[in-house]
Structure formats: C-alpha cells, structure tokens
Design a protein around this ligand. Structure first.
Ligand code: 13P
Length: 251
C-alpha cells in the first residue's frame, strides 16, 4: 500500500518571522501522529531554521532545487545534494516547471539532478507536466512521457525505488484552474503505466502526486483517485489552516 504524501512548496516566499509564524500555526493544526507523510519545502536559506522549528514534529523538510553536479566543487551559488542531506532534508523537488521554463532546465539536466538526489540518499520529487498549448494540441501524454524517459535513459530501474513523481499541469499552477480529478487520474494512470513497462513492482510502489491549485476544497476528491498518492501544494501551503486541511483530506 502506498502511503500518501502532502508536500508544501513554499517557492520564493517567506522570511524568518513569517516562517516561524506559519510553522507554529501548522504544528497547532496538525495531529501529532498524522497518517500521511507531510513535508515542507522552504527556500534553501531557511532550511536550517525550518528544521529547528520543526524539531519533534513529524513534518519533514525538503529543498526546491539542487545542483546537478555530484560531490563538491567550484560551482558558485549552487547547493549540492550531499549538503541538503547533511542539514536534514528528506526530499528534493527537481524539474519544477518554473525551473524548466524560467531557468532553461532540460529533461536531461533534470535527470542528472534526480541521480544526485538518489546518490545522496534523498527522495527526489520529479515534476512533470504539460503547458496549456501542449494540452490544446493533444500532446499531454507525449510531453509527460518525454520528461520521464530522460530519467529512464540515465538510471536503471533498480535505482529508482525512492523516486516520487509529481504531475503538475503548467496551466493549473497558481491559476486557480485545477485539473479535474478525471483529467489528473488519466495522466497519473498513464505515468504508472510507463513505469510498469519497466517494472511492475516499481509501478505498484511509486508515489505520484498531483500539483496545480490544490486546495482544501478540492483535495479530497483528487486524492480519492486510484493513482493519485497525494499532492504538491503551492499557494495553499502558505496558509496553515488550508495546508492542514489538505493533509487531513489525504488521510
Ligand atoms: P499552486 O498550488 O500555487 O498552484 O502551485 C503548485 C505548484 O507549483 C507546486 O509545486
């Protein structure tokens, strides 16, 4: 049985004071022993603070991005997967559509990041998803397949046991336009099928999250779909009541 995961991607939001307030409210709202996995993804500069503020809480932390180079080196401004592991991260988001679109990350580069994250013993959350133009042109499944194929090209199935995939249709991110549960389920089932072509065991265990305008009001219906194993939540994760309600919906 796959355990559900609710991940809050704070993107480039927050300050020390705001994060302290948000986490205090979240700790008050969440059950002390939630029946789902929960994680928050602050900006890298606040990871250590967030970790301290969450000490004793079941909420894990993750990073929003990572360097594609293994080990250490002269890569000014970058943060390695080992560094993220060292400060207590459990997850790393890779290939978010904002990074693919605004920072030119190719599927090959994203696959290198997945490898670094796995090599550091962390759980990568690989984001995939089509633009509105792709969907209108009937290319949704093709785009998603290409994004996932790059990871299969670089890594053998035997190394992908901790991979998590997040399906985030670009047109649903920050727009209030959620994919319908049926639209999301179709793509999630397709992704699980792609994995099953390589390994039925991996396909049965891999968690596939939905992201794109998830909120308390739509979470339960999305999470009840057969192949939706939780959510990658943006805007609503900055509100303790909303985020905790989404976590409860996943339970
Ligand atoms: P929203 O929930 O704000 O649409 O953002 C989704 C997202 O990009 C999470 O990574």
């Amino acid at each position: 049985m796959r355990s559900k995961l609710v991940a809050g991607n704070w993107k480039m939001h927050g300050s020390r004071a705001a994060i302290s307030d948000l986490l205090a409210a979240l700790k008050a709202e969440l059950p002390s022993e939630p029946r789902v996995d929960i994680a928050v993804f602050p900006s890298a500069v606040y990871l250590a603070d967030t970790r301290s503020l969450l000490s004793g809480s079941p909420v894990a932390i993750g990073a929003q991005n990572v360097c594609e180079k293994p080990g250490e080196g002269a890569y000014t401004g970058e943060v390695s997967a080992q560094m993220l592991a060292d400060i207590g991260c459990r997850y790393v988001i890779v290939g978010h559509s904002e990074r693919r679109a605004m920072y030119g990350e190719s599927s090959e580069l994203v696959a290198s990041k997945v490898k670094c994250v796995l090599d550091a013993g962390l759980l990568p959350i690989l984001c995939v998803g089509e633009s509105e133009a792709d969907r209108d042109a009937g290319r949704t499944l093709e785009v998603v397949a290409e994004q996932i194929q790059a990871v299969f090209d670089l890594l053998p199935v035997s190394e992908l046991a901790s991979l998590i995939v997040a399906y985030e249709p670009v047109w649903a991110i920050g727009t209030g336009k959620t994919a319908t549960p049926a639209q999301a389920q179709e793509v999630h089932a397709f992704i699980r099928g792609l994995v099953a072509e390589r390994s039925t065991e991996l396909a049965a265990g891999i968690r596939i999250l939905y992201g794109g305008s998830v909120k308390a009001a739509n979470a339960a219906e999305l999470f009840s779909q057969a192949d939706i194993d939780g959510g990658l939540v943006g805007g609503a994760s900055l509100n303790a009541q909303e985020f905790s309600a989404i976590c409860r919906a996943a339970e």
